[in-house]
Design a protein around this ligand. Sequence first.
Ligand code: HEC
Ligand code: HEC
Ligand code: HEC
Ligand code: HEC
Ligand code: HEC
Length: 184
Amino acid sequence: MEKNSKSKILLELAQKYLASIIIISYFGAFMLMFYGFQAYWTHYDQTSVPQPIAYSHYKHVTENDIPCDYCHVYADKSKHAIIPPLSTCMDCHEGDDSDSPELKKLLKYWNDKTPVPWKQIHILPKHVYFTHKRHVKAGIDCVDCHGEVRMMDTPRQVSTLTMGWCVKCHDLHGASIDCYECHK
Ligand code: HEC
Ligand code: HEC
Ligand code: HEC
Ligand code: HEC
Ligand code: HEC
C-alpha cells in the first residue's frame, strides 16, 4: 500500500515534469522558428558598415524591382561583380529634386565629379583566386553566397569566406578542390 502511494506520487511528479518539458519545447521551437524566419525574411537595417550614402538594397531591389545585374553588371562576365559607378545611379536620379538628404549627398558627389568612396564588405586575401563569372554561369545564385541582400539595406557578410566554406561547396557540386585552382 505504502509503496503504491509513493509510486503514485512519483508518477504524478513525472507527469507534471513532462507537461512542462512539452510546453517549454513547444515554445522553444516556436521561438526558434520565429527568429529564424525573422532573420531571413524581414527587412533589417544594417549599420555595422556605415557607408558614405545610405543606399538601400531593400528599397531598390524589393520595393522598386531593380534586378541585381542592373548595377552589378559584371557578375556573369568577369572576376568582379563591381560596385556600380555614379553614372548608373544617374539613370534614375539625375535632376532628382527630392528632399532626401541622402539623395542630396549623391548629387553632390556627381556634381563634384568624385566617385562615392563605398567601403567593400567582402574581401578575400590576395593569395586566393576567385571569380564571379564561373560561379554565376554555373547557376550558383547570389543568395547562396551573399544571403538575402534584397531584404537588407547595406549587405552584410553572411558567409565565412574561409577555405572550408569554398571547399565544402565544391565537394557538394563536384567542382575542383585542387589547391592550384584557388591558389594560382
Ligand atoms: C560562389 C559564391 C559567390 C556567388 C555565387 C556570388 N558572389 Fe559576390 N562575392 C563572393 C566573394 C567570395 C566575394 C569577395 C571577392 C574578392 O574579395 O575578390 C564577393 C564580392 C562581391 C562584390 C564586391 C566585390 C566585387 O567582386 O565586385 C559584389 C558587388 C558582389 N560580390 C555581388 C554579387 C552578385 C550581385 C552576385 C550574383 C549575381 C554574386 N555576388 C554572386 C562570392 C560570391
Ligand atoms: C532604375 C532606377 C534607379 C537606379 C538605377 C537607382 N535608384 Fe535610387 N531610387 C530609385 C527609386 C525608384 C527610389 C525611391 C524613391 C522614393 O521612394 O522616394 C530611389 C531612392 C533612392 C534614395 C533615397 C532613399 C531615401 O528615401 O532617402 C537614395 C539615397 C538612392 N536611391 C540612391 C541610389 C544610388 C546610390 C544609386 C546608384 C548606386 C541608385 N539610387 C540607383 C531608383 C533608382
Ligand atoms: C541600384 C543599384 C544596385 C542594385 C540593383 C543592387 N546593388 Fe548591390 N550594391 C550597390 C551599391 C551601390 C553597393 C555598395 C554600397 C553598399 O555596400 O551598400 C552594393 C553592394 C553590394 C554587395 C556588397 C559588396 C561588398 O562586398 O562590398 C553585395 C554582396 C551586393 N551589393 C549584392 C547585390 C545583390 C545580390 C543584388 C540583387 C538582389 C544587388 N546587390 C542589387 C548597388 C546595387
Ligand atoms: C555555393 C557553392 C560554391 C562556393 C561557396 C564556392 N564555389 Fe567555387 N565553384 C562552385 C562550382 C559549382 C564550380 C564549378 C563551376 C563550373 O563547373 O563551371 C566552382 C568553380 C570554381 C573555380 C573554377 C575551378 C575550375 O575548375 O576552373 C574557382 C577558382 C573557384 N570555384 C573558387 C572558389 C573560391 C576561392 C571560393 C571561396 C571563396 C569558392 N569557389 C566558393 C561552387 C562554389
Ligand atoms: C575552393 C578554393 C580553395 C581550394 C581548392 C584550396 N584553398 Fe586554400 N584557401 C582558400 C581560401 C578562400 C583561403 C583564405 C581563407 C582562409 O584562410 O580560410 C585559403 C587559405 C589557405 C592557406 C592560408 C591559411 C592561412 O591561415 O592564411 C593555405 C596555406 C592554403 N589555403 C592551402 C591550401 C592547400 C594546400 C590546398 C589544397 C589541398 C588548398 N589550400 C585548396 C581557398 C581554397
